[in-house]
Design a protein around this ligand. Structure first.
Ligand code: ZN
Length: 529
């Protein structure tokens, strides 16, 4: 009897990861590409870098192996025994329906996969993933309903490769696990709703294997380019979560077929950290309860001990700093008992900064921003009610017309054309300076600067916006009465009191702009008096 027991599901649950109020510098791209043209150093694109890396990796694993010929999906193809083995597992019982058509001009196994995946990079990655982890991404369509066909997209395979690159040795070559399948978009096996992202199957003794199956929902929200390798996107979390289930079961599920919840950690060790107890619900089914002081890394981890384990294990690998901060006990448990003392807090995908001091210090340097921003806002107009900042300045003949926009200072500064231009000029300046460094391209060059572009001058812009915001909403009467006996003019005294509210140092050039706002409000307030 063939039965597919599913011991784990994973529903979509979004970790909200650091959305900031940082300014958007996306509009830098035009001036940047113009600048790159002029630069002596021409870096390869992100796609080119990835293709080169995965090609070298492929050479390392397969390049020197002797070749032979085998029949694969009805075609006679050449490749190493290792590639042939991977190809046969990947195609499985039912190759994609266009397999032969797409690969008919090919003489090698690699070429056939390249044509079917419609990407050289993807073909390298599919074989590399198998060599690195022992897991084969399948193109097998037997899982899908009749006539429905779908293979992994290049972006999805890149994401899987990026996830495998992050795996510690404990999550590779797991017993019985051979295949990672991709189910056709929109389709679910019985019992799963649209929110299920993936599932892991237990060991099937008829097939002599266990699997992970990814759904469309588990492959959404991909990262792009090099980002996939030095950051963490949703599909990577899903895959690592499922691998953690297999690790939890530790191959012991092969003789056990009756329970959905049979894990190595269900009733001992890890599970005692949350005081997990199995009780009965009102219908006589299993209901898991945890002790009131238990801490969890996500809401999904509160489902039962096995999801608690998988979520904690996934976060240990991909988001260790958050895990240690939020659930220190479980972090320590994982480090000691699961990952043999290794931690991943300093892994590239966990460090927010590029490993490039020259860029970091440039980004941190706010000097120069203040003056430029202040210059941009010289035409600031305050009508006593609203703060207006020039949005566009048009010159036609001898007349200059200015369009003002009213609203929140943050928004106004953000959308100010002059500030935007100042920011992209500064990014260009950084690239110009950094491109003289030897490791410019290796460190991601342009990419690194762009990635950090949101931080450039953002501190200065936020400080000024905060001050303007405060200045437009400040209650002036208490300040005016405090300044009644002042030896300076009352307005100067009021401004000085206002500046004391902000932590030093406030750039001198901001004071002029803020004074302008207070001035108008002061005149109005005095008139009313
Ligand atoms: Zn799960």
């Amino acid at each position: 009897m063939y039965s597919l027991l599913i011991f784990s599901l994973f529903f979509i649950s979004h970790n909200s990861v650091g959305s900031t109020e940082e300014l958007d510098c996306q509009d830098n791209s035009n001036s940047l590409s113009a600048l790159s043209e002029a630069l002596v150093i021409k870096c390869p694109t992100e796609d080119e870098v990835i293709l080169k890396n995965v090609s070298q990796e492929y050479q390392k694993y397969f390049g020197k192996l002797p070749k032979k010929t085998a029949t694969i999906g009805g075609l006679s193809l050449q490749g190493s025994q290792k590639e042939i083995d991977i190809a046969l597992i990947s195609l499985g019982e039912k190759p994609p329906k266009d397999w032969s058509k797409l690969a008919k001009s090919c003489s090698t196994v690699f070429c056939a996969f390249e044509k079917n995946l419609k990407s050289k990079e993807s073909a390298f990655q599919l074989f590399n993933i198998a060599a690195k982890s022992g897991y084969v991404l399948t193109l097998d369509q037997s899982l899908n309903p009749r006539n429905l066909n779908q293979v992994w997209s290049p972006a999805e395979i890149r994401e899987m490769d990026a996830a495998v690159n992050k795996l510690p040795k404990e999550l590779k070559q797991l017993k019985h696990l051979k295949k990672i399948e991709r189910m056709v978009d929109g389709y679910r096996i019985e019992g799963h709703n649209a929110n299920v992202a993936a599932f892991a199957t237990n060991y099937d003794f008829m097939e002599n294997e266990a699997k992970i199956v990814m759904y469309d929902t588990g492959l959404s929200e991909k990262s792009s380019g090099l980002m996939a390798y030095d950051s963490v996107a949703w599909p990577q979390e899903v895959l690592v979560h499922e691998l953690c289930h297999h690790h939890d079961y530790n191959g012991d599920y092969d003789s056990y077929f009756s329970s959905e919840y049979y894990s190595m950690n269900e009733d001992k060790g890890f599970s005692t950290l949350s005081g997990w107890k199995k009780t009965l619900d009102s219908h006589g089914g299993d209901k898991w309860v945890y002790s009131t002081n238990a801490q969890f890394i996500s809401d999904y981890a509160k489902t039962n001990p096995i999801e608690d384990y998988a979520e904690t294990c996934m976060n240990y690998v991909l988001h260790p700093n958050e895990l240690q901060r939020m659930v220190p006990l479980k972090y320590s448990y994982m480090k000691k008992n699961v990952f043999n003392g290794a931690d991943f807090k300093n892994s590239p995908w966990n460090s927010l900064e590029l490993n490039w001091p020259a860029l970091r210090s440039l980004v941190a340097d706010e000097n120069g921003c203040s003056l430029s921003i202040a210059k941009c806002l010289e035409e600031l107009n305050f009508d006593g009610q609203r703060l207006n900042i020039p949005l566009t300045i048009k010159k036609s003949g001898n007349t200059i017309s200015t369009t003002y926009v009213d609203g929140h200072p943050f928004k106004n500064i953000k959308e100010n054309q002059c500030v935007k231009k100042m920011r992209s000029d500064r990014v260009a300046q950084f690239i110009n300076f950094l491109s003289s460094q030897d490791d410019f391209c290796q460190q991601g060059g342009e990419y690194g600067v762009l990635k950090n572009a949101n931080k450039i001058c953002a501190k200065a812009e936020n400080l000024l916006a905060n001050m303007l915001n405060e200045a437009t909403s400040i209650q002036l009467f208490p300040l005016i009465s405090k300044c009644q006996n002042s030896t300076t003019t009352q307005l100067t005294c009021v401004s000085e009191l206002f500046f004391k509210k902000f932590p030093p140092p406030i750039p001198e050039e901001y004071k002029k702009i803020v004074k302008k706002v207070i001035d108008v409000r002061f005149q109005n307030a005095s008139k009313k008096k």
